[in-house]
Design a protein around this ligand. Structure first.
Ligand code: CAA
Length: 387
């Protein structure tokens, strides 16, 4: 076992940290307040290689490994989780799936555009009536009579980056009777006829990452833009989420790290009853527990990243590694940010201090890309062999 980072991993970590501290941290509170999408920063992050960290250089990415991706996500999310959300969808949910299942022309066109930061990508699985039970989707894709296109009618909700995305990976039923085996995946160009956007969600946290509903009405998708084979869509969706969940675990570690750091500084500076509050045992107990949970979450997340790298060679699944990392890191993050608000007292409840934003941002990590309940279901099914 070797806990040392490679030179390349240290480099991407340092690049992400520098950008996060110089360009994101100073404006994070303003973006949170306005809810404005940080387009210029996202494009600049694309130029640094942060929008396609695992994408080979030949398709416009940085050509690094999953551990490098996790390290960069932690740094960006420690400055602002909303930037991290956009980054994780571009990396994990959009580029990752097309790299694994896409054709050469699909990689050339769609992965290159998103990995370089020129365009934004999104992932459309959830529908108004189906979230956790993802295979119960109502969206339909039918082959056109001449066989060259699919005609897609779909309504999807909670689409991260939806208001700004140029391309989406979208899932729809090509065989409505076949359940999960009837789902297929498509790459959608939002500038084509038949695509429209619905309401934008007013959210508790990650407010600068825009989220909306989308609709496809008789959208004509060329057969060449189907991702993988017909009927493979559900497995593609689940495999992509296996990777996505590692990114969300990293996001949770980043938010928790920022909350812990702020708490440490406050415990050293703030005085009560004539001494620094960090000298009180009740504060020390919080600091110690926060640190243990933070580092345990970091290790599980890095281990899941390592498992994904191994899987690329062996073909094994890393589903449970990703679910364990996301489950533990998101719940640790929620707990740590809760303690951080408490430790800051009244100031923790004020928008003048960032811990209030960390607390709001933490909550989504327990919900999206599979709730904590779904992660427990995935882990327990695997462990028991029962369904
Ligand atoms: N990798 C590959 N294949 C997988 C898989 C995986 N991780 N998980 C399941 N499969 C396969 C199964 O092997 C099965 O195939 P076979 O029939 O050939 O064996 C098929 O898929 C169906 O699997 P299940 O029977 O297990 O499916 P299920 O209906 O019971 O659902 C579930 C399983 C775990 C509950 C799944 O629906 C799930 O993960 N739900 C949560 C959905 C989710 O995470 N949504 C997040 C939306 S995206 C988002 O949040 C993005 C964002 O905004 C940032």
């Amino acid at each position: 076992m070797n806990f040392e980072l490679t030179e390349e991993q240290q480099m991407i970590q340092a690049a992400a940290r520098d950008f996060a501290r110089e360009q994101i941290a100073p404006v994070a509170a303003d973006f949170d307040h306005s809810g404005e999408f940080p387009l210029a920063n996202i494009q600049a992050m694309g130029e640094l290689g942060l929008m396609g960290i695992e994408v080979p250089e030949q398709y416009g990415g940085a050509g690094l490994d999953t551990i490098g991706y996790v390290l960069a996500m932690i740094e960006i999310c420690a400055a602002d989780a909303a930037h991290g959300t956009i980054m994780s969808v571009n990396n994990s949910l959009f580029c990752n799936g097309i790299l694994k299942h896409g054709s050469e022309p699909q990689k050339e066109r769609f992965v290159r555009a998103v990995a370089s930061g020129e365009e934004i990508g999104a992932y459309a699985l959830t529908e108004p009536q189906s979230g956790s039970d993802a295979s119960r989707m109502k969206s339909r894709a039918e082959r056109s009579e001449d066989g060259t296109h699919y005609v897609i009618n779909a309504r999807k909700s909670w689409i991260t980056s939806g208001p700004h995305a140029r391309y989406l990976v979208l899932f729809a039923m090509t065989d409505a009777e076949a359940g999960a085996k009837g789902v297929s995946a498509f790459i959608i160009d939002t500038e084509e006829a038949g695509f429209s956007r619905g309401k934008t969600e007013p959210k508790l946290g990650i407010r600068a990452s825009a989220t909306c509903e989308i609709e496809l009405n008789d959208y004509r998708c060329p057969v060449a833009h189907r991702l993988g084979e017909e009927g493979e869509g559900f497995k593609i969706a689940m495999g992509v989420l296996d990777a996505g969940r590692i990114g969300i675990a990293a996001q949770a570690v980043g938010i928790a790290q920022a909350a812990y750091q702020a708490s440490l500084e406050y415990a050293r500076d703030r005085k009560a009853f004539g001494q620094e509050i960090g000298t009180f045992q009740m504060i020390q107990s919080k600091i110690a527990d926060m640190k243990c949970k933070l580092e345990a979450a970091r290790l599980l997340t890095l281990r899941a990243a390592w498992a994904k790298q191994q899987a690329a060679r062996t073909g094994a699944r890393f589903t449970v590694d990703g679910s364990m990392a996301k489950l533990f890191a998101s719940e640790a993050c929620m707990w740590i940010t809760h303690q951080a608000v408490q430790l800051h007292g009244g100031m923790g409840y004020s928008k003048e201090m960032p811990v209030e934003r960390y607390f709001r941002d933490a909550k989504i990590t327990e919900i999206y890309e599979g709730t904590s309940e779904i992660q427990r279901l995935v882990i327990a099914r695997q462990e028991t062999g029962l369904r």
